[in-house]
Design a protein around this ligand. Structure first.
Ligand SMILES: [Zn+2]
Ligand SMILES: [Zn+2]
Ligand SMILES: [Zn+2]
Length: 345
């Protein structure tokens, strides 16, 4: 990772005049790509799966996160109107804008303008997190890491959560053509990396807890990101953490059996809908460990294991009456038909 990037301020990289393609190659970054590039560096430094986050990692993560904030907020403002990135839009001229020779607005002003002019919802807590990050950045730049590293990391996680959402909701949908393709490609390592950042993950899960409230009995571990954020419905599953989704009960059951929560689970054909997605041993977010309950990813049927008998013919579980004779071999209706067709006729 090239830390020389910090020697340049976000502003100096912000505007690249299109009519000067022969400029220095290190400045050949349109704003959104440039912001994503800073984010990629943040994610690289905070990724806990690679190595522990040391003081130096945290320093560059905060410096580059602040740069990403400035570049991306202004990129969105610029889509509203180019004069809005000037410190004083009333004195903005097209000529200064195109030459990049102007004093641009600060983060606080950018947030205010995004709210008041672009109508983008940025709540008080998010605005405060952005302010705190700016303070951390200044302190780090001048004195190095003097604050509690965990607190700095947690604050960075809050801003990262905001910025990822801002990108996906406010910026990426506005891009078109090659710029759009390029940005989505550049986001691949960022998306992969943020999942390994605990300060970000914690923040994100806190926010999603509200979204999943009341649906805990239908929420299980996502086989993709292994967070308890997969909402299941008949023949489908949608993860609100990583966005993974399934529209096949069989595939979802298969993938669930491969994740850490599903390793002890067993899969059978469902006695109701026949889908091979009737699973024993699913963990639901409401705390029910369904080791003695079976759930069908196809039709959402639930059965307690004690209300089910195992067919002596095909070993699939099937529901029996509480008072039925459970002793001796039992057969499911299908096997019964096959072994004694004349009885059925
Ligand atoms: Zn997921
Ligand atoms: Zn079923
Ligand atoms: Zn059977």
């Amino acid at each position: 990772m090239d830390d020389n990037r910090t020697a340049l301020t976000a502003d100096s990289l912000f505007w690249v005049p299109p009519e000067r393609p022969s400029g220095p190659p290190q400045l050949d970054f349109p704003p959104v790509r440039n912001g994503i590039d800073y984010l990629a560096s943040v994610v690289e430094h905070l990724d806990e799966s690679a190595s522990d986050v040391g003081p130096r990692d945290l320093k560059y993560a905060v410096l580059h996160l602040q740069a990403a904030v400035e570049v991306l907020l202004k990129a969105r403002l610029q889509r509203e109107h180019w004069s809005l990135v000037f410190k004083d839009p009333g004195r903005a001229t097209r000529k200064d804008f195109e030459s990049g020779d102007f004093e641009s607005c600060g983060t606080d002003a950018a947030v205010e303008r995004l709210r008041d002019i672009a109508g983008i919802a940025i709540d008080r807590k998010e605005a405060e997190a952005l302010k705190d990050l700016a303070k951390d950045r200044n302190a780090l730049q001048h004195y190095g890491l003097t604050h509690n590293a965990h607190a700095v990391e947690a604050r960075a996680g809050r801003v990262l959560d905001f910025l990822m959402r801002f990108l996906y909701e406010q910026l990426l949908p506005l891009l078109q053509g090659p710029e759009r393709e390029r940005a989505w490609l550049d986001m691949v390592p960022v998306d992969a990396g943020v999942k390994n950042i605990s300060s970000y993950v914690k923040r994100r899960l806190n926010r999603l807890r509200g979204e999943l409230a009341g649906r805990e009995s239908q929420t299980i571990m996502c086989p993709h990101c292994e967070q308890m954020t997969l909402f299941v419905a008949p023949h489908s599953g949608d993860c609100c953490f990583c966005g993974a989704s399934w529209n096949s009960a069989e595939l979802l059951a298969f993938d669930y059996l491969g994740c850490s929560d599903g390793q002890l689970a067993l899969r059978f054909p469902c006695p109701h809908c026949d889908t091979a997605a009737f699973v024993e041993g699913i963990n639901f977010a409401d705390g029910t460990r369904l080791s003695d309950t079976l759930y069908c990813f196809g039709c959402s049927a639930r059965h307690e294991a004690r209300d089910l008998a195992t067919c002596a013919g095909c070993s699939r579980p099937w529901p029996v009456d509480a008072d039925a004779n459970r002793l001796g071999p039992t057969l499911c209706p299908d096997c019964w038909h096959q072994t004694a067709p004349e009885d059925v006729a």
